[in-house]
Write a protein that binds this ligand. Structure first.
Ligand code: KMH
Ligand code: ZN
Length: 278
């Protein structure tokens, strides 16, 4: 098995989980940045962030993201990845409002998918617009894949030159209405991506930790956090994303994968060395 350093990405907030479900989800930029720092201390090299208003309403507002970015940079050296997915009801303009702050990375979902009772819209023109917005400010995308065709679309955009290879994929498995969180699905997706690509898995709900373990065994990388799953074990709420990161760090130690530092992750993901200051 590979001993390549394992990138753990912590998805600490998301746009869906609310305090009614778990008191541990952070809302304010300070709470989000504090949780990111705890995740870094637990072994995460990158944090994936969304914005929230005081009452928990999701926002992609530039000011909120600026406060989160500054807060994380003040507290730790984790790479910061902005969501451009936002929430299902947001326009593309809202979703890309903050990317000119130039985080280390930002997400790019390459297709439309059912998302529970909702639809997460990403038509080809929308995908192109987001990819252009990232390209304009030199932010590397992480390709979010919720179903098979999204890999094909990413590869098509790579061939067209809209995206720069090698690509980094995050396979988000187990969203109701999307591709299931099963090992064979993950192996199939990994088989679709070109040599030299990198990938991580984000299992949703109870699949998060078991799929993380599979990814470590397969030589991939891992995303965990309250955005995707609020439980540490059956019926036991995680007291923050950092507890999920700790669990993954434990698997990595057991399976012989050292943890990637942010510097190693930046090199692997070809993140530009000097992010703009905010
Ligand atoms: N909240 C989902 C609708 C991303 O961050 O790029 C989309 C999402 C993906 O979370
Ligand atoms: Zn997200």
């Amino acid at each position: 098995m590979t001993r390549e350093p394992l990138l753990i990405t912590a998805a600490v907030v998301g746009a869906e989980v609310m305090r009614e479900q778990t008191p541990y989800v952070p809302y304010t930029p300070e709470e989000i940045a504090d949780e990111c720092a705890r995740c870094r201390a637990a072994g995460a090299a990158m944090v994936h962030v969304h914005g929230r208003l005081e009452d928990g309403t999701p926002t992609q507002d530039r000011e909120t993201f600026g406060a989160i970015l500054r807060g994380v940079r003040e507290r730790c050296d984790a790479l910061v990845q902005f969501s451009t997915g936002g929430a299902v009801w947001m326009s593309v303009a809202e979703r890309i409002d903050a990317v000119s702050l130039r985080p280390d990375m930002a997400t790019l979902t390459t297709g439309t998918v059912n998302f529970g009772d909702d639809v997460f819209m990403n038509s080809l023109p929308m995908i192109r617009e987001i990819a252009h917005a990232l390209g304009r400010v030199g932010v590397r995308p992480e390709i979010e894949v919720f179903d098979t065709g999204m890999v094909d679309t990413a590869l098509k955009l790579l061939k067209e030159g809209l995206l720069d290879g090698p690509l980094h994929f995050d396979f988000v498995l187990g969203v109701p209405g999307a591709m299931g969180a099963r090992r064979e699905n993950l192996e199939f997706l990994v088989g679709m991506i070109p040599e030299g690509s990198t990938w991580s898995v984000a299992g949703v709900g109870r699949h998060e930790l078991p799929l993380a373990r599979v990814a470590i065994e397969l030589g991939g990388h891992v995303r965990v956090g309250l955005e995707d799953n609020i439980y540490l074990s059956k019926g036991v709420l995680a007291k923050g994303s950092h507890e999920l990161v700790e669990a993954v760090a434990g698997y990595a130690a057991e399976l012989g994968r050292p943890l990637a530092t942010p510097a190693q992750a930046a090199e692997m993901l070809r993140v530009p060395a000097e992010p703009w200051l905010v």
